[in-house]
Design a protein around this ligand. Structure first.
Ligand code: TYD
Length: 129
């Protein structure tokens, strides 16, 4: 639960390095105009930490450590999901107009991505299949 400053003119949520965000933010990006039925993500990271917020609309985040899968529904701008390295994630079921804000602990490094699920399982020490 993130801080929410409320007054009659609306709400404001502020995020700061190493206080409500548990790492130093080096990059911010956001996903928007995701067509209905399209999925994003579908990868894991070696080092990157991310903090994901549905700043508008809603979507599901499937998180998978190689054994257990869980779906987290994000639909509030004052709720964030901290995704640590070594977790497979997929972003699913975007509502119309949804905006997915991602705060990241590193700049964009393609080599940090693990994009193949069976390879992810292998790195985690689990047999394919
Ligand atoms: P990708 O991370 O694969 O998208 P998603 O996981 O949301 O489906 O990134 C899609 C494209 O955008 C890819 O070509 C790389 C580019 N990109 C950047 O240039 N900078 C960034 O910070 C990110 C996250 C992606």
């Amino acid at each position: 639960m993130l801080p929410k400053v409320h007054n009659r003119a609306g709400n404001l949520t502020a995020l700061e390095n190493q206080s409500n965000i548990p790492f130093e933010i080096k990059r911010v990006y956001y996903l928007y105009d995701v067509p209905g039925g399209e999925d994003r993500g579908g990868h894991a990271h070696r080092e990157l930490q991310q903090f994901i917020v549905a700043v508008s609309g809603a979507f599901d985040v499937l998180i998978d450590d190689g054994i257990n899968k869980k779906i987290v529904h994000l639909d509030r701008p004052y709720i964030g999901l901290h995704v640590v390295p070594g977790i497979w994630r997929e972003l699913l079921n975007f509502s119309s107009g949804a905006i997915c804000l991602v705060l990241a602990s590193e700049k964009y490094i393609e080599e940090d991505y693990i994009r193949e699920y069976q390879y992810f399982k292998k790195l985690k020490g689990y047999h394919a299949g």
